[in-house]
Design a protein around this ligand. Structure first.
Ligand SMILES: [Zn+2]
Length: 579
């Protein structure tokens, strides 16, 4: 069992508050925290915060020895609102299903799953398992169609006047100007998807027809769509009549035995807070503004005899470097996409180290290399006991859960080095192993597996997120023309490098050598520190490095030179440098 972190980071502070509140509301019962996800398409990486925030708090509570249920409500009984762009196996014909529950829409062609919701849920479940997130999944389709909420639905219908009155306070506050402003705000599709978060934000809060207000909507008995209007309801018999505006179907059912419909979102959510006894459920900024589902829910939940959960607002999580992928993939990076290029520890850390109200970006571009450097530095500080308490806490939450440590890479070599090696070796594993062993010849790798899974993540990043014009292609033949045109000084620098290769063939050795050559040429010791050197040395070093890049890869820049030299191999380096 992992130890509780003693420090008070944001997770710890929420855990204190949630435990205390749970003791007050439901003494002796497991603490309940919740997340909601709508499998209306690929689940956006930005929505992972909806799960990670309660997960981290639940995990801290478990570390302290309490029982916790982390519910993930799959909002799979929500209506299918639109056909997402760029999803493989889906075409415009899916538009005919708009208005049906997500579980009644066919899965994309070729899917192994029985319906739309299950298809997209499966990818998320897989990612959550890899991230070490323990949860109880609750299908809202299963809940509604089994009649689990029947009493709550009848109760809401009896109190529809009260509900209508609460909603009405906010309806009048929605000025047309404010509405217009919101819709004019330029947001891309991906951001919009993330903003919608859990529960169908676009869904209305119930219909006020000539028969009055009803917080319940049946799915049509003929076409299955939710384009229905309740035209009559009798509280005593629970007889409900609706008509479908899509197909014209009409029927009268007895709500006390009818299970094909749902409460509207703004009533559904607080009903479930009360039903499950939720103590903690954060929500996105869109759900926290005045008149939002969270605020209105806080008033409606009392009708169901419950209380509003502790519900911090979380800021959006941005993505950097997905532009290329966006155009081909409908603009939806998923948690699974992130886990292809980074280990779960790194992804967990990004969420653990920032308070929910702080926004941050998940990097798919070059920034991921810097992020990994930062993570490795923290890892080393934690190991030698010099990290700050809050950083130690974030690190502990990243590397494991109350159930134990997540599997880690046995030899976590620098990500940027692994990426360079994968870049240069282009899938040749024997070459990659040779180079990685040369990094530290005193302590060579027994097999590439020791560097996995980090190596595989770095390789996937190089192959899927680094544009072709930034990839490294080592020259096949020496650049004879350039070699011939070199002046005395350039030739001299290459000579110094070539003569030192044998003795310096390791990452540290080559680093010392490539920086030392210009110093030696200028008459200083290779060990001279910047203070002992004239400023011109910097320019000499830049010139020397550019020459090496040109001779090795035919460009001005490339991976760090020591890594590149190791990757190219001593024999080929000698050939390309005209030895
Ligand atoms: Zn219909």
């Amino acid at each position: 069992m992992a130890q509780s972190t003693e420090t008070t980071d944001w997770v710890s502070r929420f855990a204190d508050e949630v435990i205390e509140e749970s003791e007050r509301r439901a003494p002796g019962k497991p603490v309940v925290v919740a997340s909601g996800l709508s499998p209306s398409g690929p689940i956006h990486l930005g929505n992972l915060r909806e799960v990670m925030t309660p997960h981290l708090v639940a995990d801290e509570i478990r570390r302290r020895g309490h029982q916790v249920r982390h519910l993930i409500s799959w909002d799979d009984y929500d209506r299918y609102r639109k056909v997402p762009a760029g999803v493989a196996g889906v075409d415009e014909s899916w538009a005919e299903h708009i208005g049906k529950p997500l579980t009644s829409v066919p899965a994309p062609k070729g899917s192994a799953h029985p319906n739309w919701a299950e298809h997209f849920k499966a990818a998320m479940v897989e990612a959550l398992a890899e991230l070490g997130v323990e949860f109880d999944g609750i299908s809202q389709t299963a809940q509604y169609t089994s009649g689990a909420y029947r009493e709550q639905i009848l109760h809401a219908m009896r109190h529809r006047g009260d509900i209508d009155a609460i909603l009405d306070q906010y309806r009048t506050k929605k000025s047309p100007a404010a509405q217009a402003k919101k819709s004019q705000k330029p947001v891309d599709e991906a951001e919009l998807e993330a903003a919608e978060g859990s529960g169908a934000a676009a869904e209305d809060d119930g219909s006020s027809g000539s028969a009055g207000y009803f917080p319940y909507k049946p799915y049509c008995g003929d076409c299955e769509k939710d384009l229905t209007t309740v035209t009559a309801y009798d509280d005593d018999t629970t007889e409900l009549t609706y008509t479908c505006t899509a197909c014209g179907f009409t029927e009268t059912v007895r709500l006390s035995e009818f299970d094909r419909g749902k409460l509207v979102w703004k009533v559904d959510w607080p009903m479930r807070w009360a039903y499950e006894g939720v103590i903690f459920e954060p929500s996105g900024v869109d759900h926290s503004s005045p008149g939002s589902s969270f605020q209105v829910g806080g008033q409606i939940v009392g009708i169901f005899g419950g209380e509003q959960p502790i519900g911090p607002m979380y800021a959006f999580v941005g993505i950097s470097g997905m532009a290329k992928m966006s155009s081909s993939r409908g603009g939806v990076p998923t948690p699974g996409d992130a886990l292809k290029i980074m280990e779960p520890q790194l992804l967990r850390w990004l969420y653990a180290r920032r308070r929910p109200n702080q926004s941050f970006k998940i990097a798919f571009d070059q920034e991921i290399q810097r992020l990994y450097d930062e993570w490795d530095k923290l890892d080393a500080k934690v190991a030698d006991g010099t990290a700050l308490p809050a950083d130690v806490a974030a690190h502990a939450r990243a590397v494991g859960t109350a159930a134990g440590e997540l599997p880690r890479t046995p030899r976590p070599l620098p990500y940027r080095t692994l990426a360079s090696v994968a870049d240069i070796t282009a899938g040749h594993e024997d070459q990659a192993l040779r180079i990685l062993s040369d990094l530290d010849p005193a302590n060579p790798l027994g097999s590439l597996d020791e560097a996995r899974p980090r190596y595989d993540r770095a390789e996937a990043w190089i192959n899927t997120h680094v544009p072709a014009d930034q990839r490294t292609i080592v020259r096949e033949e020496p650049d004879a023309e350039l070699l011939k045109s070199l002046d005395e000084q350039a030739r001299g620098s290459l000579r110094l490098l070539l003569d030192g290769l044998d003795a310096h063939w390791s990452l540290d050795g080559l680093t010392h050598l490539v920086y030392g050559v210009p110093k030696v040429q200028a008459g200083f010791s290779a060990d001279a520190t910047p203070k002992e050197l004239p400023p011109e040395i910097k320019g000499d070093q830049r010139k020397f490095f550019a020459l090496l890049y040109h001779l090795l890869v035919g460009r001005d820049t490339g991976p760090r030179l020591p890594t590149l030299l190791l990757a190219v191999g001593q024999e080929r380096v000698r050939t390309l440098l005209g030895d």
